[in-house]
Design a binder for this molecule. Structure first.
Ligand code: FMN
Length: 454
């Protein structure tokens, strides 16, 4: 060891010692600062009156992410509750301090059906919300003209009311894993936790295509096929009428296509109704081409079931049902009719549109049998091209406004399945004309007007 009395050298040694200590200490201090900030965030969040996770979802994506958001906050010890957007009233918002909104967009930039009243009534008012801290996760598909239209409108309205965003709106294009990852990261940051639960979607299972029949030979429309599938391992999973399947076609497994399930578990198989889609250049749709042209009967198909809570019967199982649809939309309605027949519930009115009775009367024998057995109280088949003038379900519905009012007065719920263009909007207008727009919005908010339209 070398001793020295030279003051300059002593200063240098001391200076070096202090710098060295600082260099060693810096990472520790940084980590400690971060830990304290995280603890503070957690304590503040836990002390707040509770977070609200509000979702508006049509086919369940936003709802599923809302459930995962709740699980993440709960894991971090933050009191939080899940709420459908439609359940929130002005008073709730005036009181709330932290709300996470997860909303999708439907129609042409519209809110999901259940949130129509929230969008039409609350969002047209001025509410002072300076106390509200919020974030928006907007789900959508950039192929639509009004990409994330409802999420954007909600965000803008909240800003106009003086609410403060916790972080900029995150837009999720076609369920993009990257955007969902950003949301998850923001949540972890807010909640001061790094151990968020796994959000990955369930894997696809192997099913076998066991039957395929074309239903509309000779039709003026594109070919429609009835398909039956069984799980390869024989264990039939549970589902409810109204649910969907996602099919991963070998040519594009990253973008699953969704189809309504046309059967119930008592059938022992998943039935699908698939219309072959043909592009302008003559090529077939990836999934519809695979399922109806390429996959051989007996071949394995990658499939997973998806709950579609918004289109299930749920509380409506005891109510009379008005089922309205067109084209391949008979799939989702057939699932419900099968469930009703199994439960012995005969108060069903089916109003269905296709082109020609001779070729497009899908499942005619089954519908006739239900009619005979008292499972279909009223059946209105509307064939657009069987008479000189074109006729559609919405025209028939408008003629039946009196009956619609009577059924709804008796507690009926209304289910719509089929095409958005040319059917859903017209049916919506006819229903609004029969019942009043406000009453229809109220039915939607109460889960008595449900749509699976595409
Ligand atoms: C009939 C229909 C209309 C849609 N309209 C829009 C739209 O106008 N803008 C948009 O960004 N996304 C639109 N989408 C895409 C959905 O918002 C997207 O699929 C979202 O993931 C659905 O979430 P959800 O399951 O929570 O309802 C539409 C989807 C369908 C089936």
């Amino acid at each position: 060891m070398i001793w020295t009395n030279d003051p300059t050298r002593l200063m240098l040694v001391a200076g070096f010692g202090v710098s060295y200590a600082l260099v060693c200490l810096a990472p520790y201090l940084r980590t400690r600062r971060k830990r304290l900030a995280a603890q503070r965030a957690k304590a503040e969040a836990a002390a707040s009156p509770g977070w609200i996770i509000a979702y508006a979802s049509q086919t369940g994506n936003a709802e599923e992410l809302a459930g995962q958001t709740l699980a993440t906050l709960k894991l971090a010890g933050i009191p939080a509750q899940l709420s459908e957007l439609s359940e929130l009233c002005a008073e709730d918002l005036l009181r709330a301090e932290r709300v996470l909104f997860l909303v999708s967009t439907y129609g042409e930039g519209d809110a999901p059906d259940a949130a129509a009243a929230f969008s039409g009534r609350l969002m047209t008012q001025g509410l002072p919300l300076p106390q509200l801290h919020y974030a928006v996760l907007a789900l959508g598909d950039s192929a639509y003209a009004h990409y994330c239209g409802f999420g954007r409108a909600l965000d803008q309205w909240l800003q106009e009311q003086g609410a403060q965003s916790l972080f900029p709106r995150i837009e999720v294009n076609r369920s993009s894993a990257e955007a969902i990852g950003q949301w998850r990261q923001q949540l972890s940051h807010l909640a001061g936790t790094s151990d968020a639960p796994d959000w990955s979607a369930p894997a696809f299972d192997d099913w076998r295509l066991v039957e395929r029949v074309q239903l509309n030979a000779g039709s003026a429309g594109a070919p429609v096929y009835h398909l039956e599938l069984e799980p390869l391992d024989g264990a039939l999973p549970a589902w409810q009428s109204g649910d969907l399947v996602q099919v991963a076609a070998p040519a594009d497994p990253s973008r699953a296509r969704e189809y309504s399930i046309a059967s119930i578990p008592a059938d022992g198989r998943v039935h699908l109704l698939v219309r072959l889609h043909t592009h302008e250049d003559g090529s077939h749709g990836v999934a519809s081409g695979w399922l109806t042209q390429q996959a051989a009967v007996g071949q394995a198909v990658q499939l997973r079931l998806r709950q579609h809570r918004r289109f299930r019967l749920e509380d409506n199982a005891q109510r009379p049902l008005i089922l309205i649809g067109n084209g391949s939309g008979i799939a989702g309605l057939r699932g419900h009719l099968k469930a009703r027949a199994l439960a012995g519930q005969g108060r069903n009115w089916l109003l269905f549109g296709e082109r020609n009775a001779a070729h497009d009367y899908h499942y005619r024998a089954e519908l006739d049998a239900w009619r005979r057995d008292g499972m279909l109280e009223q059946l209105d088949m509307v064939f657009s091209r069987d008479q000189p003038e074109r006729l559609y379900v919405q025209t028939r519905l408008a003629e039946q406004a009196e009956a619609v009012r009577a059924w709804v007065a008796q507690g009926a719920a209304i289910y719509i399945c089929g095409s958005l263009d040319g059917m859903a909007a017209g049916v919506d207008e006819a229903l609004a004309a029969a019942l009043g727009r406000e009453a229809l919005d109220d039915l939607a908010a109460a889960g008595r007007y449900r749509r699976d339209v595409y």
